[in-house]
Design a protein around this ligand. Structure first.
Ligand code: C5P
Length: 263
């Protein structure tokens, strides 16, 4: 299927099936990525011949437990999905992105529900810009969280010393013990995450910088699941060099070329 065609997959539970919970991916892809200083939004920057986000989707679609997913793009997004980048089965592209990542995720959850996902299904929200995610990392999160009452997120204990700044100088050193860097995917039940985000609409999602923060505001304590430093978010121009070096190290010469990654 091509995302440029309008038909979206239906996630209605099959008739007569037991109410087994399912897992869906939601990839917010509606940011402008200004800090990367690329000509087009960073998620569409070519990496080995295909847009960066195609690498992200390729990894997620290799996770067998994911029943499908949606890519949330900006309403005015005109990016044409290139023919050499594989579009995964059971994924749709929804032009319902909003002003902030939280708006995009909230709108995406509504779209996912409209396609038939249920409130008890799990949703794994993953940044388009974390293109070095692997199926193993996603499976580790699912394994750790699927039996949990709340859900959780991939994260890393803070490796460096943390400084508090005041006017360009160090004000103080913050103890790093117990501090983690949040990554994605972040995995919560669709209904609970929607409710947590809904309660922050009045404040225009102020302080909601990831899904876990919305869940925290709703009184929950998401599980921290140790992630991998490779799962960094491409933010600055130089991050692309790192991405290419890592991809090169993961793939042999014959399946990685300037026409994208072959199956
Ligand atoms: O800007 P930043 O890299 O922190 O964004 C994280 C993710 O959220 C990216 O994949 C970006 O495309 C997405 N995003 C979004 N809608 C926004 C802002 C960011 O979907 N309004």
């Amino acid at each position: 299927m091509n995302p440029n065609t309008p038909k979206s997959p239906s996630f209605d539970a099959p008739q007569g099936s037991s109410a087994a919970t399912r897992f869906f991916a939601l990839v917010p892809c509606a940011g402008s990525g200004a800090r990367a200083e690329t000509a087009q939004p960073k998620q569409y920057q070519l990496v080995f011949g295909v847009p960066m986000v195609a690498h992200t989707l390729r990894a997620l679609s290799a996770v067998e437990r994911l029943a499908g997913g949606i890519l949330v793009v900006a309403p005015d997004d005109t990016f044409e999905w290139p023919a050499n980048a594989e579009w995964p089965d059971h994924w749709s592209r929804q032009a319902c992105g909003g002003a902030t990542r939280a708006h995009s995720v909230y709108n995406g959850l509504l779209a996912l529900r409209a396609q038939g996902a249920g409130d008890t299904d799990w949703v794994l929200v993953h940044d388009a810009a974390r293109c070095l995610i692997t199926p193993e990392m996603v499976n580790a999160l699912i394994d750790a969280c699927e039996g949990d009452a709340v859900g959780g997120l991939l994260a890393l204990p803070l490796p460096d010393t943390l400084k508090l700044e005041s006017h360009g100088r160090v004000e103080s050193t913050v103890a790093r013990e117990g501090k983690w860097l949040a990554q994605t995917p972040q995995m919560f039940r669709l209904g609970a995450l929607l409710k947590a985000l809904q309660s922050q609409i009045a404040s225009d999602f102020q302080g909601v910088t990831d899904e876990a923060s919305a869940m925290e505001m709703a009184g929950h304590h998401p599980l921290l699941v140790k992630g991998n430093a490779m799962n960094f978010k491409v933010t600055y121009r130089q991050d692309f060099e790192l991405v290419e070096a890592v991809l090169k190290s993961r793939h042999t010469g014959d399946d990685l070329n300037t026409q994208g990654i072959k199956k």
